[in-house]
Design a protein around this ligand. Structure first.
Ligand code: FAD
Length: 288
């Protein structure tokens, strides 16, 4: 199975992100989505982790299923919050033993209704643990926030911490954003700290305006007023919302590729339609 650092060294990557469903119906939907997206030949696919371990088994099962039953290269997300160092080491060892070679190392946010604790306080500590457990077998990615991490009081300081984290990681993947300038500024600012680790931009096509507003609020991503107004005007016509969302995401992807982004990471929300449409608009080749 290829490692993501090797894939990035070989050329532009195209990747899709999924979350572990909680219900049987959700599982069926994810299976259909994977069947529809596999023919696009993504460079890799990733599966999120419920902070606090709420999806510990489901994330593991979906990642290993992808590895064993599909042609796609999986990456497992892992968050440090509410886990001891030993638990995290055990989770990483289980991935290593299953042959999974790509890990996204995250701090994670405090889950609702649980008193949070961090034995590993920062994502950078989890990168180091993954190196230790993997013994060189893992490519390790980290999260990047183009508009700054929402808890960070100071953007310049956030960039310094990001550069330090990226220096020990193999690649970064960003939170979603709408202004290409915020991504380019982030890349330039971490480069000024002597860091040239590739950072793959994350793209979230808007398919539901209320949902994206909620996500933007949680993640600290700015949701441009002009786009919000345009989408609210057609809010009761889901097809029109999706059409605009796909058009805006396509323009963003094209500008990112033109600016030399090392790849595109699509937040699919376990649906295939918007991603397939953007893929087609960009003229990207499918395998079939
Ligand atoms: P860190 O890199 O540890 O940074 C957290 C904060 O600490 C920042 O404000 C940073 O500036 C600050 N900081 C870092 N180093 C230092 C230092 N030395 N001193 C002082 N301050 C410092 N969450 C999930 O629960 N599950 C997922 O699967 C998941 N996947 C994600 C995927 C992507 C691509 C992204 C962008 C985010 C994802 N998240 C996920 C959300 C993530 O867990 C949160 O954004 C979390 O709040 C921060 O995680 P981090 O890994 O960026 O943290």
């Amino acid at each position: 199975m290829p490692r993501i650092d090797q894939l990035l060294a070989a050329g532009t990557t195209y990747s899709f992100e999924f979350f572990p469903p909680q219900t049987d119906a959700g599982e069926r939907k994810l299976r259909n989505t994977l069947n529809e997206l596999e023919p696009l030949g993504p460079s890799f696919v990733s599966v999120t982790y419920g902070a606090g371990g709420s999806t510990r088994e489901r994330t593991h099962r979906i990642v290993v299923d992808m590895l064993e039953r599909t042609t796609m290269t999986p990456m497992a997300h892992l968050t440090a919050v509410c886990h001891t160092r030993d638990e995290l080491a055990a989770i990483l060892a289980r991935y290593r033993d299953a042959g999974v070679q790509n890990i996204l190392a995250l701090r994670g946010d405090a889950p609702q209704d649980v008193h949070p604790f961090w034995e590993l306080e920062r994502a950078v500590d989890l990168v180091e643990l993954a190196r230790e457990v993997g013994g060189g077998s893992f490519a390790v990615g980290v999260a990047a926030h183009p508009e700054g991490h929402p808890l960070s009081p100071d953007l310049a300081m956030d960039r310094r911490h990001l550069a330090a984290k990226l220096r020990v990681a193999d690649f970064g993947v960003t939170q979603f954003f709408f202004a290409v300038e915020s991504y380019l500024a982030m890349v330039e600012e971490v480069a000024a700290h002597g860091c040239d680790t590739p950072i793959v931009p994350g793209v979230m096509p808007v398919t539901n305006v209320r949902q994206i507003e909620r996500f933007a609020q949680l993640s600290g991503a700015a949701f441009p007023v002009a786009l919000a107004d345009r989408l609210h005007a057609v809010e009761d016509r889901p097809d029109e919302v999706r059409r605009i969302g796909v058009e805006v995401a396509t323009e963003l992807c094209q500008r990112l590729l033109d600016a030399g982004a090392p790849g595109l990471h699509f937040y699919t929300l376990n649906s295939s339609t918007a991603t397939r449409e953007i893929y087609a608009n960009l003229g990207l080749p499918a395998l079939a």
